[in-house]
Design a binder for this molecule. Structure first.
Ligand code: AMP
Ligand code: MG
Length: 344
């Protein structure tokens, strides 16, 4: 393992990225280094996707299991096509509608993409991010960038440069700090290598919009209960994206009130009608819409980890399509309250 190196931080405007900062980040990447940069979803930890040694450094820095494939980021459809061996008409349609944006398409990979990126799979996930910083960086490198979320494996995804630094300081070369991300939740992952397509990870582009784009043919959805589900996609582990603070979920206000042992815990609720504040609660957070919940969820969990309440209780949002992506992350970040012994 290489010596720990100090991680440099360069500030860059999200909308008008300073070319000098992009040049420097591209120089680091093209010499085999690791650079964290924002996309509209979360911060990614990038390496040149066609450089297997650089990509191996991503796995080492994150402590990521080698069976978990990385998403390859591109700046346009042409670069995506160079990463895959088949580019079906439906990929063109989806790219026209949703790129640049938070949709990852899984397709048969080309020889340009090394084994280490795909965890040996015959397919590769490709995505063109919306944030200009990310696309300018890829264009300047003139290579696709493999970039998983810029956090240690199994920790919370980062939506701010500060989150990246707290997790990966000394393990990566550079962070491009362009401020908080706008969407806040990882991309939707759609497998187009199967017929019909399969939704591998729910995300900001929901299944309803995808089925419209697929001409009314709904993609096969993952099971909603990820606590018992086998991973629908490598890397979609049941416990993932988790805070360090013990975090449990309940399905209703009644279930919460029935647990006097949660005194002093922080409570996170969803939807426009939060339950009455309770004298036992140290902190109440209410995220009223699916968009706001996506935008704020990881930041709220990072803040609570910092404040260290004895625990976090999440009152789950309703099992409805608009909450699917947020529910998916909550099911991975928390355990059912029934798993916690009753004590007071
Ligand atoms: P991350 O970038 O950390 O959000 O994780 C990327 C996720 O995308 C992986 O954990 C997989 O679930 C999914 N993924 C990436 N590439 C593939 C692929 N070739 N086949 C199936 N799923 C993939
Ligand atoms: Mg991740």
């Amino acid at each position: 393992m290489s010596e720990p190196r100090p991680t440099r931080i360069l500030a860059v405007d999200a909308e008008i990225p300073d070319p000098a900062a992009i040049d420097e980040a591209a120089r680091v990447l093209n010499s085999g280094g690791l650079v964290a940069f924002a996309t509209e979803t979360v911060y990614g930890l990038g390496a040149v996707a066609t450089d297997p040694e650089a990509v191996a450094r991503i796995f080492a820095a994150k402590g990521r299991p080698s069976i978990n494939p990385l998403i390859v980021h591109v700046d346009d459809v042409d670069r995506a096509r160079a990463c895959v061996s088949e580019w079906p008409a439906i990929a063109d349609q989806l790219a026209a509608q949703f790129w640049p944006g938070p949709l990852t398409m899984v397709l048969p990979r080309s020889f340009a993409i090394p084994d280490v990126v795909t965890a040996g799979l015959p397919t590769v996930g490709v995505r063109c991010p919306a944030l200009l910083v990310a696309r300018n960086l890829i264009a300047r490198c003139d290579r696709p960038l493999a970039a998983p979320s810029a956090n240690r494996s199994n920790r919370l995804s980062p939506t701010r440069a500060e989150h990246v630094l707290a997790d990966l300081d000394g393990r990566i070369d550079l962070i491009l700090n362009s401020g908080p991300t706008s969407v806040g939740l990882e991309s939707t992952v759609l497998d187009l290598s199967t017929d019909p397509p399969r939704l591998l990870r729910p995300g900001p582009i929901d299944a309803e919009r995808l089925s419209e784009a697929l001409g009314g043919h709904a993609p096969i959805l993952p099971s909603t209960d990820s606590s018992t589900d086998r991973p629908s996609s490598p890397g979609q582990m049941p416990v993932h994206y988790a805070p360090r603070t013990p975090a449990y979920r309940v399905d209703s206000a009644e279930e919460y009130r029935d647990r006097p042992d949660l005194a002093g815990w922080a409570i996170i609720q969803f939807g426009p009608e939060p339950i009455e504040p309770d004298a036992r609660t140290a902190r109440q957070i209410c995220l009223d819409s699916p968009e706001r919940a996506a935008h704020r969820l990881y930041d709220v969990l990072h803040i609570l980890d910092h404040l260290q309440p004895p625990g976090i209780v999440v009152v789950m949002p309703p099992d409805r399509p608009e909450w699917r992506a947020v529910r998916d992350r909550l099911l991975r970040a928390t355990r059912p309250i029934a798993e916690r012994p009753r004590s007071s």
